[in-house]
Write a protein that binds this ligand. Structure first.
Ligand code: NAD
Length: 251
């Protein structure tokens, strides 16, 4: 284990932005706890790749909406590595594009449960466990929002956009609540990033199709978001709290 290595929990880290962030944490020589919902093989692959990059890793299967599973994730991380220094609340879902008038309550509940309740549970556990004296390096909670929070996603998924608006508001309030406990709380709003989330929402080509609407004329990569996550986790961001950082190619 690298001396002074940070220990970071990342939810939904078996693929996409969470996986990219895990690999970049590994390259810092940090310890990474990889939470995932169901894909054992992909989670193990991510753990192997974190180790190959120079870090340590554990995997922990559990649904982010399940309080007991989230507590078990934090317990397992402390047991493996000691103190937890950073948490990335990344697990999130979209549902197929529809107008609100056509959405079922079951779909809305699933989106809100995962993206809002799941984030609140993980943030609460972080608030309970990450506090430290103010003369030490701060702990860091990074919440993954979306530019949807300010664009609103009309005709596509206003439920998802509203869930990410909640993340932005949580970031503002919790950053002030936890600043005296030496925990920084920041959010990242990715724009259109080329990951499998679009296929999960029934539109695998979405990022490429909408590229002309992006000022930089291309989707972002998971690694480009991961770089911003690692900056907010690290000591270089020691005075950043309550920030909501767009990583969106100008969108
Ligand atoms: P992704 O679908 O590749 O990854 C999301 C991960 O979260 C998956 O591994 C999934 O299994 C996991 N997950 C979902 N529900 C879970 C649960 N209940 N418990 C545990 N894990 C769960 O998507 P991504 O693009 O990497 O998305 C990561 C985050 O970035 C999400 O919060 C998403 O809303 C946000 N985001 C993505 C984009 C984009 O364009 N890709 C844009 C803005 C914001």
């Amino acid at each position: 284990m690298t001396a002074n290595a940070k220990t970071i929990i990342i939810t939904g880290a078996s693929r996409g932005i969470g996986r990219a962030a895990a690999l970049l944490c590994g390259a810092q020589g940090w310890n990474v706890a990889i939470n995932y919902r169901s894909d054992d093989a992909m989670a193990n692959r991510t753990a192997d790749d974190v180790r190959a990059a120079g870090g340590q890793a554990i995997t922990h299967r559990g649904d982010a909406t399940d309080e007991a599973a989230t507590i078990a994730l934090f317990d397992a991380t402390e047991a493996a590595f000691g103190r937890i220094d950073g948490v990335v609340v990344n697990a999130g879902i979209v549902a197929p594009g529809l107008e609100l008038a056509d959405m079922t309550v079951a779909r809305m509940r699933q989106v809100i449960d995962t993206n809002v309740l799941g984030a609140l549970i993980c943030a609460r556990e972080s608030a309970r466990r990450l506090a430290r004296p103010t003369d030490e390096a701060s702990a860091s909670l990074v919440l993954i929002s979306s530019v949807a929070a300010r664009l609103g996603s009309p005709g596509e998924y206003v439920d998802y956009a509203a869930s990410k608006g909640a993340i932005d508001t949580l970031t503002l309030g919790l950053s002030r609540e936890l600043a005296p406990k030496n925990i920084r709380v920041n959010a990242i709003r990715p724009g259109l990033i080329d990951t499998d989330i679009h296929a999960s929402g029934g539109a695998p080509d979405r990022a490429q199709r909408l590229a002309p609407q992006i000022p930089m004329q291309r989707p972002g990569t998971a690694a480009e978001v991961g770089e911003a996550i690692v900056w907010l986790l690290g000591d270089g961001a020691s005075y950043a709290t309550g920030a909501i950082l767009d990583v969106s190619g100008g969108r």
